[in-house]
Design a protein around this ligand. Sequence first.
Ligand code: GDP
Length: 368
Amino acid sequence: EQNELRCIGCGAILQVTDKKAPGYTPESALKKGLESGQLYCQRCFRLRHYNEIAPVDISDDDFRKLLSQISDSNSLVVYVVDMFDFNGSLIPGLHRFIGDNPVLLVGNKEDVFPKSIKRHRMKEWLRQQAKANGILPEDVVITSAKNASSVEALFNAVEKLRKGRDVYVVGVTNVGKSTLINSLIAIRNGIKDVITTSRFPGTTLDRIEIPFDDHSNLIDTPGIIHADQMAHVLAAEDLKYVSPQKTIKPRVFQLNSQQTLFVGALARFDYEHSEGSVTAYFDNNLMVHRTKLENADNFYEKHAGELLTPPTADNLAKMPKLVAHQFSADQDSDIVFEGLGWISVPEGSTITAWAPEGISVVIRRSLI
Ligand code: GDP
């Protein structure tokens, strides 16, 4: 048995050689960590202290191996998604790895959705999305990791469905999985911040096991960076401006046909044919700028990175180019820029929506 050191944040084996691989930590930080007993990989350290996200390479193969342990187990799978970025939350092929085990689907970050959005519509939409990806959850719970009563509801749903079995928690990075697990454990054991302040040596493949009761464990699996997440496309300092920390205030725009909205320099909404006003749902500090469609190309060329931010001029060069997606709404609909927000449009509208290459833009029935 090797005496490896593990990150107390994500459970990865600490190493000092490969900056891009899981568990990387600079040697100086490793020494400090050993002295203080707070061993973090660089990624978790940054996440914890600066709320920065650094990508790691975990091979698809390792991840698949890890997930296939789930199909061999008799467990409840708790699948956490960020409702603000459903596509970015998808784990490709998850349905193949869960075997016959029941799934509890958790839509997190409820707190950023305005009260005007009906919760039962959100659940219905989550169910549909899950089904489209081959997953039929036993139940759907919407949570805010920041709200104790919703975490309690999640805890009750987990207890009801797990029937004494182990619980596997899966999710890509940045959906709020760690925050939720910490809150769940706190309810169970009355301990705060268990994942980030205590060490639970993983067994194999960087998984972390936390005793749930005498007979069963809650197993946290490492998140993977999804290529199509905003977190992947934007620099950390720009990402801060697009991930809402507070409830979104809807912004109404009286738009005519052939007018354009720019959302920073990150997204563009061309109202080809207007059927009336639109409502924009983005971080409250994110600037939405209106112009005529015929001037839009020039306007972007001239102002992206300056009047239109984020991203800043420096980071704009690194961002993938905007790609156009065409939509016509046969009912009241939302044009969703995954991870960024959405614009509600009335039935009969036609739209060209632009987002950085790799970021999905989808249409859904209005949630109002
Ligand atoms: P993980 O990578 O899935 O474990 O995600 P974390 O728990 O580290 O959370 C990622 C980011 O999302 C952090 O900035 C959290 O503060 C934020 N976050 C987590 N849960 C919520 C939530 O319910 N609402 C909001 N607004 N932010 C959340």
